[in-house]
Structure formats: C-alpha cells, structure tokens
Design a protein around this ligand. Structure first.
Ligand SMILES: [Ca+2]
Ligand SMILES: [Ca+2]
Ligand SMILES: [Ca+2]
Length: 239
C-alpha cells in the first residue's frame, strides 16, 4: 500500500515538475499590460490578419503594431525556478519589408533576451525576387505575400507567421528570475510606418521548471519508507 502511495506521489511530483508554467500571456485585446514598454507601437485592429493562425491561436481583435526602427520591450520579474523558457507569438510582417540587401532592403527582425541576440532574420514581402533569410519550419508560415491590410498595392503585400510553432522558440536556455525581451526591426532598410511595419498578437512566455526541492524530499522520504519496510520484513523473517 505504502509502495503504491509512494509511486503515485512520485509520479505526481514528476508530472508537476515537467509542466511548463505560463508566466505572461496577452491577446492585446484589452489595455496594454504593464510588462510591455511599446515605444511608438500601438494597439491596432488586426485587419485581414483576423482568423489566420493554428488551432487555438489565431489573430483577432487588436495586435501591437510597430513601425520599423522602434523597440518593443517585455520585462518579466519573479519567475519561478526554471532552466529554460518558451516564447510564443503570432508575427505579422506588414507591407513592403524588403529582406536582406541594400536600402530599401536590410529589414531584420531582431529579438534579444537579457541583452543577448536570440533571433535576427530578414523578412521580405515586396517582391518575389527579394531575399528573406528566415526559412519557416513546417506549420509556422500562415500567409505569404498576400494583401492583408494597411498599405495596399503592388509592393504592399503582407505575410504572417506563428513563431511559437518554430521549435527554436520552444526551448530557450534561461535560469534568471527576471527576463527582458526586446523586439525590433532594424537595419539599413528601415522606412516609414505607411511603407513597412510589423505586429505581434497572442504573446505568451512560459517557463519549464527544474524539479522542485520538495520532489527530491518526497523521493528521499519514500525511499526511507521502503528501507524501513524492507528492514521490518527481514526482522520478521528472522523470528
Ligand atoms: Ca488580438
Ligand atoms: Ca498590406
Ligand atoms: Ca525596407
């Protein structure tokens, strides 16, 4: 009986330790969370991005739209003990982002975590001949070079990506109790808001905890119980 109880408690403890914990989540449909410093970015209707996404995670309502050259910062504190974290958001590449190259090309989406670059890739919407460095894994690209709103016309198509579906963002090494992310499109190709911009929706951060000390204590206590029962059996057998 005790053996089964111990096994059940251990399994419960391990299951709890294996679960990611969401530490921040917003769909940008209410007021802007205090953890976000937007610079000049603003809450804006998602236009024809609405409904694009993967099951349970689609553009809707508002998103946070930024001009290129503007930094959006997410600051998280009091994180539980963890050894990695996951970043998830829908990314809207809006209007004539121009990919890698010389002006007006040179539009790199750049993400840092605690001051260190974790992602820097160019995005191209304007012409099929332009070079986009980001190659999305399966399930990440939601739309490519189609008209989804904002500026429109030959150069002003749009693209959409579920960056949380990119395995890279699912397991980022991190242990500190605070985390600061910055999001910015930078490079020699940045242009005005009506020419090119970007937005994020359904921003979520979760942490993947290491086993809690209580789990180890429970396992030690369980082993102690098993040891006591084994010793008792040996004593009974010796009688
Ligand atoms: Ca939204
Ligand atoms: Ca457009
Ligand atoms: Ca550009």
């Amino acid at each position: 009986m005790l053996n089964r109880l111990f096994a059940a408690l251990c399994l419960a403890g391990l299951a709890a330790s294996a679960h990611a914990t969401t530490v921040f989540s917003t769909d940008f449909d209410g007021s802007l969370p205090a953890e976000i410093t937007p610079g000049s970015a603003t809450l804006t209707g998602v236009s024809d991005f609405a409904g694009l996404g993967n099951p349970g995670n689609v553009f809707g309502g508002n998103f946070l739209r930024s001009m290129t050259g503007n930094t959006v910062t997410l600051t998280l504190t009091d994180l539980p003990t963890h050894d990695s974290l996951s970043l998830s958001f829908l990314f809207a590449a809006i209007d004539s982002l121009d990919g890698t190259g010389s002006f007006p090309s040179g539009d790199f989406f750049h993400i840092t975590l605690d001051g260190v670059t974790i992602f820097r890739e160019s995005f191209a919407n304007a012409l099929a001949s332009q070079t986009q460095s980001y190659v999305p894994p399966a399930g990440v690209e939601l739309a490519r070079r189609v008209e989804l709103g904002f500026s429109s016309g030959f150069y002003y198509n749009d693209s959409a990506y579920d960056l949380g579906a990119d395995p890279f963002f699912g397991n980022i090494a991190h242990t500190a109790s605070t985390a600061t992310f910055t999001f910015l499109i930078e490079g020699q190709g940045i242009q005005s808001l009506d020419d090119e911009s970007w937005a994020m929706d359904n921003l979520r951060v979760s942490v993947n905890p290491v086993p809690e000390p209580e789990t180890y204590a429970l396992m030690a206590a369980g082993l102690g119980i098993l040891g006591w029962r084994a010793a008792r059996r040996r004593r009974i057998a010796a009688l």
